[in-house]
Design a protein around this ligand. Sequence first.
Ligand SMILES: Nc1ncnc2c1ncn2[C@@H]1O[C@H](COP(=O)(O)OP(=O)(O)OP(=O)(O)O)[C@@H](O)[C@H]1O
Ligand SMILES: [Mg+2]
Length: 313
Amino acid sequence: MGAADGPKPDPEATGAPEVPVNATSKVPGGDAPLLAVESVSKFFGSVIALSEVSTSARAGEVTCVLGDNGAGKSTFIKMLAGVHQPDRGGIWLDGTRVAFASPREALDAGIATVYQDLAVVPLMSVWRNFFLGAEPRRRFGPVRLFDVAAARRITREQLGAMGIDVRDTDQPVGTLSGGERQAVAIARAVYFGARVLILDEPTSALGVKQAGVVLRYIAAARDRGLAVVFITHNPHHAYPIGDRFLLLNRGRSMGDFGKDEIDQAELTRLMAGGAELDELAHELARADPAEPPGSAAEASRLLAEEADELRRE
Ligand SMILES: Nc1ncnc2c1ncn2[C@@H]1O[C@H](COP(=O)(O)OP(=O)(O)OP(=O)(O)O)[C@@H](O)[C@H]1O
Ligand SMILES: [Mg+2]
């Protein structure tokens, strides 16, 4: 396993403490989180993609990572997934410091990542997607054959256990709805033994109903004891399901809150950037007060109203 065999960086050299603060301080009397991230930074040349970001994820809980475009959300999860290595700080799994040299090492340690675009192969059947790269084999004399019947049965059972009723596991995944496709990827990660499930914006391309469906599957994975890391820019998706909220803004942490430390209105306010909306309203405003409806002035008035409303919430 990557956790045991991976190279162990010298904590002195990376400037991170040997024992993550998150492991003990955030939940009084609580046991150590499954995953602790402590003061990680990532630089791309002169770009500071992430600076000193910390959070944690517990088994049976959902940690939400929120932020606007370019906030560093994808960079953050790519470090957990072994795609990038942090330049500073560290990651602890089960209290043991880990350093993943590749996505394979992270996966072997039980960290599964569902990327929005790479979740599935649309033209392949549901069951083939489910077993992609990990086909069940049956011995037939000296040869081992791909056991199609078992693959179909397991796929149906596993999707069923997540509350997903696929009519026909032979149908191409491309014919499923966006939400169902996410569900197949989630059920797959659960079946193949993930302990930490990372979802990069699984709801962002979906309508209200479908997003609700995916949120239910996230809850199902959580209830099966996984630590879920849910990336989104939508506080309305995050708050109902989240237990912890990490807010990123231009690579910096605006806070790492437990649910009892922040309410939905505050989370929405921090995410919406009430002040920035206000600034934009002024910038868009015209000198001429006699603007017709539908004009830039009208739009800026509406923006200003929205900013006021956010502040009131
Ligand atoms: N490989 C890279 N090389 C150089 N800069 C990068 C690289 N990856 C990310 N960045 C920069 O790091 C910053 C954070 O990017 P990141 O993709 O993590 O943001 P994000 O929060 O996922 O945004 P989005 O919501 O648009 O997906 C951006 O300024 C981006 O340009
Ligand atoms: Mg991203």
